[in-house]
Design a protein around this ligand. Structure first.
Ligand code: UDP
Length: 320
């Protein structure tokens, strides 16, 4: 057995962080130092990880610098509230996690560690091209209601590139598109957990606006595989990781109602968010050709697993 590498995962108690940490420990031969401040992360998401001797946890807010004694090989920054419903009440926490990117970059520099930043399809804003390739520079409103998040991710990318260029640091930027799966925050207001919960209770499924806006959901295990492949590559420029299986929100709601065998009906309610992107679909040509990565899990497969998990974990989240 080769010697284990040490990863620091900021946001380890969040949806992506918990899956990434599990994969690093169980399949990639890593020890992981998990870090989270539990603003949106959950203690339940790290309970199953604490059985591994390779996992240690530090409750810490990355807005403040961190003193880590151990050697660290890779820092994964997965820490940021990410649901559009968070963008309003948690805007300051989002800005604080953006300040945290700077501290984590400084830590990576001190440790001579690789740095992997979770950016987002939100950097494309209300995209005027569809699908979105990495060289599309986006259509983002700097003062819009989502700006703490989408401009935060854009500034995060700018910081990563500045550290990469000035200090020759080994960095990665993964632009994550809509992702779903087990251990999603049940009450985070996003379309998928909301629709699943509504459908399981046979309640009306609340489609915002006319439901013709599109998203392209990817299953969590595909995202994690993409992050690992990108980490192990030498690509330092931003890389889209998402599933190009684009669908309207009406179609997404119908599919979830069908897969849950629910009697729910779709109901259209006014869009609570201005600047809701009208289309979103990743162009994954770069990940395909340079990482030999593409999503493997179909919508029906991933969604069935997710629905089963939601059925079993009805205690989690306050909307049950
Ligand atoms: N949406 C919806 N009903 C809901 C929650 C969201 O119709 O209860 C819509 C939302 O307006 C957006 C899409 O679903 O067009 C995806 O929203 P989500 O919050 O899941 O994530 P986003 O892609 O906006 O980050």
């Amino acid at each position: 057995m080769t010697k284990k590498k040490i990863a620091l995962v900021a946001g380890a108690a969040g949806f992506i962080g918990t899956h990434l940490t599990e994969r690093l420990i169980t399949k990639e031969n890593y020890q992981v130092i998990g870090v989270d401040n539990f603003v949106t992360g959950s203690r339940d998401n790290i309970k199953h990880l604490s059985v591994y001797p390779e996992f240690t946890f530090l409750e810490h807010d990355i807005k403040d610098p961190m003193d880590i004694k151990e050697k660290v090989d890779v820092i994964f920054d997965m820490a940021c509230p990410a649901s559009p419903t968070d963008f309003i009440p948690l805007k300051i926490e989002i800005i604080e996690s953006t300040l945290g990117i700077y501290h984590l970059l400084q830590l990576a520099r001190e440790k001579q560690a690789k740095f992997v930043f979770s950016s987002s399809s939100e950097v494309y804003g209300d995209a005027l091209v569809n699908p979105q390739p990495e060289d599309y520079t986006g259509n983002v409103n700097t003062t819009g209601i989502r700006s703490a998040y989408d401009e935060g991710k854009r500034f995060g990318e700018a910081m990563v590139m500045a550290f990469h260029r000035k200090y020759k640091m080994d960095t990665r930027i993964v632009r994550i598109f809509n992702t779903y799966g087990e251990r999603m925050r049940a009450n985070d207001g996003r379309a998928i957990p909301t629709f699943i919960n509504q459908a399981l209770k046979n309640e009306d499924v609340t489609v915002f606006g006319d439901g013709t806006q599109t998203r392209s959901p990817q299953y969590i295990s595909d995202l994690v595989s993409g992050i690992i492949k990108l980490t192990n590559s030498d690509i330092t420029t931003p890389t889209n990781i998402g599933n190009p299986d684009e669908m309207t929100i009406n179609k997404l709601a119908e599919k979830i109602v069908n897969l849950t065998n629910s009697t729910s009906k779709l109901t259209h309610v006014p869009l609570p968010q201005i600047h809701d992107p009208k289309v979103r679909k990743p162009d994954i040509s770069k990940a395909k050709s340079e990482l030999d990565w593409e999503p493997k899990v179909t919508f029906n497969e991933g969604m069935k697993k997710t629905i089963e998990w939601f059925k079993i974990n009805t205690k989690r989240g306050d909307i049950f």
